[in-house]
Write a protein that binds this ligand. Structure first.
Ligand code: B1M
Length: 827
């Protein structure tokens, strides 16, 4: 099936998918814990029976059971070398079940390996894993691909890129799963997922698993509101509960399921099926209820609205919407300090500029790493990652090198803006197809190999040529923002008038526009006044956005006030909120103002050496925290005070923001890494007291399943300071390893740490094993979720609330008297 055939197919009628596979196979005899692919290959009749029932029930597209038949997952069962045979066979089995009455989709999902920096897999490795499976599925003759149960937008992108680079005309449907708060595990909201996946070429997008139909309607509505491709809903049979044996069950019956799906279809879904807990009866009920309904066919994206997105936030704008600012400051041109920092590999100013610009009112951040003495491509990728750790604004990728732009677009987990594409031959030829391939928008710079256009007509001709080529490549007018090309009024008295005329011309052609403002006033006194008046005139002419420095209060206030005077929706409140935070200083470099409620929640404390340390953890400033910690120590702050009063409160605040859904995993990681770097510097000072006497052995570990080790490391450090011989087994340590190490090293104490309600249960198992093996070591436990009551419940010998308490507890349990052991540095 081609992409066009798929579009025609889904336009005609409601399309029915299948229901759950795994849970139904278990009911029909598949034992838990086996490799599903292998079991199906050995018991193909069971799958054929189930899928035939789905076809009878009305399924139009069967998912071949290749869900986890990727190299990484098969490796877990030692079957990776049989990947070809597995994929070919499983597709053939589904084909047999379909008997020409249903299409067969090759099914792909997450590999179980996490992408760097959270895990160790690189994006290109993941793309290669997906390419391998997609090639095999295509060889096996699937009609289309479905990428499903995706928790990560970046991994979904990897699968789409892999499909594009192997089978460009095979239709691909993508569905992600969302948590109760409407975001994926990695913090992506449904609308952002839809924007990014559609722009990257998904033929249908939606949600599967996640929730029951009732809760999924909100997700579907939000996806449908931003997309033009069909929307898929494949919810569970209600919310899960535990049965008497502790097994997860979904109890929503077929009729009730179909009844609740009405709201999902009204919300915009036209490709529907079921996930966990659903059966052929659920699909039959769906078919009965909806087969005669006229399908929405596509999403309901409003005409004229454009979208840019980071991994976690979408910025939507149309030609009549409030004016936007692209923050221009992350650019080393003319900034000596930033250049020096970048040469040293530091991104402290980059992340500070990102935060300040967001707080100052920017909606998009331009990132340019063009300078001598650095590897621009590598620094661009790093800068993107660092900026994403502190701001969720979408990025404009700014480089004059095509390879830098390509590397950035491939890696960027959102929908980026390319700055810029002109009629210069190489850029024109290579960058427009690249924008299409990676789903980016671009700034059209009306320049050619001959340089600046000499007349307005020449400018219009260049705009026309680039536009035509973009449309030929499959882009639309809405993917383009035309640069008004501002020149200097001092040199050309008509400069402003020509730009204003270009803006009006584009407006008539329904094209969005952007300007870099400051050129206009070059060589004039009090440039800020000229810039802001010009901006006001340009907004009146229809300018959509400007690349500017949002720390200029005069400029931002002028823009927001212009919008209000032009009566653009929401602009009055925006102006009032901004004005309330203004200092009234009209200079170019007036301080940035915080306008976003979301960023206010994470506002750092006032500047001082100790608050700088606190803020560096809060903001996940990995590149700057070393210097900041040393500065605080030089200012005379004791290491212990920095640990107790800055680092620990900051990471706790990070935890709270994460809990409230204001911070996401990458921010949690940046903050944790920043904290570890700081502790690394403090450690020798915390140990300064040294030990006076050899003390008993302590074996310490974070329990299996838990990778939080910052607190455990502090406990280990403190015990060492008091002379204990500490054997630190690390994090995520199986009970057998802990008990073996304790026995072999004649430990007097076993110390266990756990930070999650799920993993604290593992402490009980360690204690049971240690007791079963007759160990007489005292077992002490701790970690943010642990209480004395829990320690009593699982028969631990003691609980300590922090590192100092752990030392007191260990000494008390072993009957060590006062005066023995070491001291805590700086105490
Ligand atoms: Co995660 N995390 N995290 N995390 N993380 C928590 C624990 C969480 C409470 C955040 C939240 O939602 N508010 C939450 C758990 C919810 C729950 O179960 N109740 C959580 C979650 C959900 C997760 C993930 C599942 C997120 C995801 O992937 N969606 C994931 C889990 C991965 C896994 O473990 N399988 C995850 C990942 C991470 C990072 C990797 C990003 C990072 C850890 C980096 C690392 O440790 N190397 C991280 C961080 C940093 C946190 C928070 C923000 C901070 C933990 C910390 O380092 N605190 C945390 C929220 C919070 O606790 N405020 C959170 C500072 C440290 C000094 O304190 O560890 O408590 P603490 O240690 C203290 C005492 O408790 C005591 O002494 C220490 C010093 O005073 N103590 C002992 C500790 N162990 C002891 C042992 C003892 C005695 C005392 O005797 C032996």
């Amino acid at each position: 099936m081609t992409k066009q055939e798929f579009r025609d197919f889904v336009k005609e009628k409601m399309v029915f998918l299948d229901g759950a596979t795994g849970s139904n196979l278990i009911t029909r005899g598949m034992p838990a814990g086996v490799c599903p692919e292998k079991w199906i290959m050995e018991n193909e009749d069971v799958l054929i029976g189930l899928q035939k029932e789905y076809v009878e029930a009305g399924t139009d597209i069967l998912y071949a059971p290749t869900f986890t038949a990727n190299r990484c997952k098969l490796r877990e069962y030692g079957m990776e070398e049989q990947i070809r045979q597995v994929n070919h066979k499983l597709v053939a089995v589904s084909r047999k079940a379909a008997s020409g009455r249903a299409l067969v989709a090759g099914d792909l999902t997450m590999t179980g390996e996490q992408l760097a920096p959270i895990g160790s897999m690189e994006l290109e490795e993941l793309i290669a894993v997906y390419k391998e499976q997609i090639i095999l599925l295509e060889e096996a003759g699937v009609d289309l691909l479905v990428v499903e149960t995706m928790m990560s937008l970046q991994e979904s992108r990897a699968a789409l890129i892999a499909a594009k680079e192997t089978c460009p005309d095979l239709p691909v449907m993508v569905t992600m799963t969302f948590e109760g708060d409407g975001r994926s595990l990695y913090g992506t909201d449904a609308a952002t997922a839809a924007v990014v996946l559609e722009s990257l070429g998904a033929d249908a997008i939606g949600a599967n698993c996640s929730t029951g139909p009732g809760q999924m309607a909100r997700i579907i509505r939000s996806m449908a509101s931003v997309t033009r491709v069909p929307v898929i809903a494949k919810p569970n049979a209600g919310l899960p509960s535990l049965d008497a044996e502790g097994k997860t069950v979904y109890s929503m019956q077929a009729e009730e399921f179909a009844g609740e799906m009405r709201e999902v279809c009204e919300a915009g879904a036209s490709i529907i099926g079921g996930c966990c807990g659903t059966t052929p009866a659920h699909i039959a009920a769906l078919h009965k209820a909806f087969h005669a309904v006229k399908p929405a066919g596509t999403g309901r994206r409003p005409e004229g609205t454009r979208f840019l997105a980071s991994e976690r936030r979408t910025v939507a704008f149309g030609l009549k919407d409030p004016f936007l600012i692209i923050g221009e400051r992350i650019n080393p041109t003319g900034k000596k300090m930033l250049q020096a920092e970048l040469r040293e590999g530091s991104f402290e100013m980059v992340t500070r500029f990102a935060q300040e610009q967001e707080e100052g009112g920017a909606s998009i951040l331009d990132v340019n790493m063009g300078m001598s003495g650095i590897d621009e491509k590598e620094m661009m990728l790093k800068a993107m990652e660092e900026v994403a750790g502190v701001s969720q604004l979408p990025l404009s990728i700014d480089s004059s090198h095509i390879d830098v732009i390509e590397a950035a677009l491939r890696r960027y987990p959102g929908r980026a803006l390319i700055n810029s594409i002109s009629l210069e031959t190489e850029k024109f030829e290579k960058l427009i197809p690249m924008a299409k391939k990676y789903g980016a928008m671009f700034i059209l710079l009306p320049l050619s190999d001959a340089g600046l256009p000499e007349s307005l007509q020449e400018k219009k001709d260049i705009i026309g040529k680039i536009l035509e080529r973009a449309i030929d490549c499959g882009l639309t007018k809405e993917d383009i923002i035309v640069d008004g090309l501002v020149t200097t009024v001092g040199a050309n008295p008509n400069a402003a008038l020509e730009t204003l005329e270009t803006i009006r011309y584009c407006r008539e052609k329904q094209l969005a526009t952007v300007c870099g403002l400051s050129n206009i006033s070059f060589g004039l006194p009090q440039r800020a006044y000229v810039n802001s008046v010009f901006l006001t005139m340009a907004i009146q002419a229809g300018l959509t956005m400007a690349i500017a420095n949002p720390s200029s209060e005069l400029l931002v206030a002028s823009a927001f006030a212009s919008d209000m005077l032009l009566h653009k929706e929401g602009s009055d409140l925006r102006y009032i909120e901004y004005a309330a935070s203004c200092t009234g200083v009209s200079a170019q470099a007036a301080p940035a103002k915080a306008v976003s409620k979301e960023t206010k929640a994470a506002q750092p404390a006032e500047a001082s050496p100790s608050s700088d340390v606190y803020n560096a953890v809060l903001k996940g400033n990995r590149s700057g925290i070393g210097q900041i910690t040393r500065r605080a120590l030089d200012a005379g702050l004791p290491a212990k005070e920095l640990l107790d009063n800055c680092l620990i409160p900051a990471i706790n605040q990070v935890g709270e923001l994460f809990d409230k859904g204001k911070y996401f995993l990458p921010q949690l990681i940046s903050s944790a890494e920043a904290m570890k770097l700081s502790i690394g510097i403090l450690e020798p000072l915390l140990s300064a007291g040294g030990a006076r006497e050899q003390m008993p052995v302590v074996v310490i570990a974070t329990v299996e399943g838990d990778i939080h080790d910052i607190g455990k490391n502090l406990v280990a450090l403190m015990l060492k300071n008091y002379g204990f011989q500490v054997i630190d087994l690390g994090k995520d340590v199986p009970k057998e390893t802990i008990v073996r190490a304790a026995r072999e090293n004649h430990a007097s104490i076993i110390g266990l740490s756990a930070l999650m309600t799920t993993t604290m249960q593992e402490m009980r198992h360690v204690i049971e094993l240690a007791r079963a093996e007759g160990l007489d070591a005292k077992i002490i436990i701790g970690g943010a979720v642990i209480t004395q009551e829990y320690a009593d419940e699982i028969h631990a010998d003691g609980y300590a609330r922090d590192a100092a308490d752990a030392v007191r507890l260990a000494r008390r349990l072993l009957g060590i008297r006062e005066g023995m052991g070491g001291t805590y540095g700086n105490e």
